[in-house]
Design a protein around this ligand. Structure first.
Ligand SMILES: C[S@@+](CC[C@H](N)C(=O)[O-])C[C@H]1O[C@@H](n2cnc3c(N)ncnc32)[C@H](O)[C@@H]1O
Length: 339
């Protein structure tokens, strides 16, 4: 049983792949109900947890029992559940919490499109658009509750990632950082806090900036402008470092070129553009990026890219790819400077 708990053996097991949606929904349910948060104060039975969360105790107990197989939870002889090693990142307080991401990724507004991934493959277009008749970002613009969850999930990853990125990349040599599609500003806040000489611009859609309290209520607010931006039209001018964190993977090559060319047009002499996100490795190697690539295929016109594909994009937009820094897992920082 023990080796069944490792990711490698799950990935290598056809039945687990076939029942993957049950695993996914079980994680979604406990993330949505914040079960790990409730267990932080000590172990509890399914009955207690169900009472606190307003769900059925027997059904919840079955979901928790299934997840004990992956050490998300552990059940003791008094039928009380404890947080297991895999469950720690489902607590909201964990510095690398995935709780909001686990809830967002499988919530009802996205789940329908997951069930239509076949249509994406058949027609070469995002399943989300085919199902809903509009793009994901158009949908989010008119759906405040789902958008709040989406932005919370993005921010909850960007805060810890920001700290890690500071160790890897020299943001200090810039003077004005433009975070293009920066969401609520979690990454930019971290960078500005670490470098008091820097000023920043958070550039995103109006509905997103309206909720950007992470930056508006922070100690760096006086060094950060919030600029409503449609990056397909133009991006704020005058920066020397243009950040694109998990932006290019949302879009096809033509759309990426428009974004990159708009950055190039807007930047000061000697400016840099910096992609932060997945950089795909070769085939035949397990790589989380190949699965987030299928997320893109399902929801957006974009894709994850290899180093060579980034280089081609950068060249076509008038940048030279000057550095690729591999960071944790499949992530990388791809820097381009104006040629
Ligand atoms: C995948 S999220 C990444 C957010 C942020 N960079 C992060 O990593 O946490 C993509 C972002 O692009 C923004 N976006 C989408 N279309 C845009 C557009 N046309 N102009 C500006 N921002 C846009 C979204 O609002 C969202 O904040």
């Amino acid at each position: 049983m023990k080796e069944e708990r490792t990711g490698a053996s799950i990935a290598g097991s056809l039945p687990y792949m076939i029942w993957g949606q049950a695993i996914n929904q079980a994680v979604y349910i406990v993330a949505r109900l914040r079960i790990a948060d409730l267990l932080e104060s000590g172990p509890k039975t399914a009955e207690v947890l169900a009472e606190r969360t307003g769900v059925d105790p027997v059904y919840l107990g079955r979901v928790l029992r299934a997840l004990t197989g992956f050490d998300v939870f552990r059940e003791d002889e008094d039928r009380r559940f404890h947080i297991g090693s895999m469950g720690e990142r489902l607590t909201s307080s964990h510095p690398q919490s995935l709780r909001a991401m686990a809830e967002m990724n499988s919530s009802p507004f996205l789940w329908g499109a997951w069930g239509r991934m076949f249509d994406a493959v058949k027609n070469g277009a995002p399943a989300f658009d085919q199902l809903h008749g509009e793009s994901l970002f158009d949908y989010l613009a008119r759906s405040p509750e789902d958008a709040a969850l989406f932005n919370e999930a993005m921010s909850s990853r960007s805060l810890p990632e920001g700290t890690k990125l500071l160790e890897e990349y020299d943001f200090g040599s810039a003077t004005r950082v433009i975070d293009v599609g920066g969401g609520h500003g979690a990454l930019l806040k971290t960078i500005l806090e670490a470098h008091p000489h820097l000023t920043g611009v958070l550039a995103d859609l109006e509905v997103v900036l309206d909720g950007a309290d992470i930056i508006r209520k922070s100690a760096v607010a006086d060094r950060c402008e919030l600029v409503v931006t449609d990056f397909f039209k133009e991006v704020p001018a005058g920066g020397d470092l243009y950040l694109l964190k998990e932006i290019l993977h949302d879009w096809n090559d033509e759309q990426c070129l428009t974004i990159l060319r708009n950055c190039r047009k807007a930047m000061r002499e000697g400016g840099r553009v910096v992609h932060i996100g997945a950089v795909l490795g070769p085939s035949n190697v397990p790589d989380m990026g190949k699965w987030t690539d299928l997320t893109m295929l399902t929801f957006l016109p974009g894709r994850e890219r290899t180093e060579a594909e980034f280089e081609a994009l950068y060249q076509a937009a008038g940048f030279e790819m000057t550095r690729v820094l591999r960071i944790a897992g499949n992530w990388g920082i791809v820097e381009g400077t104006v040629t």
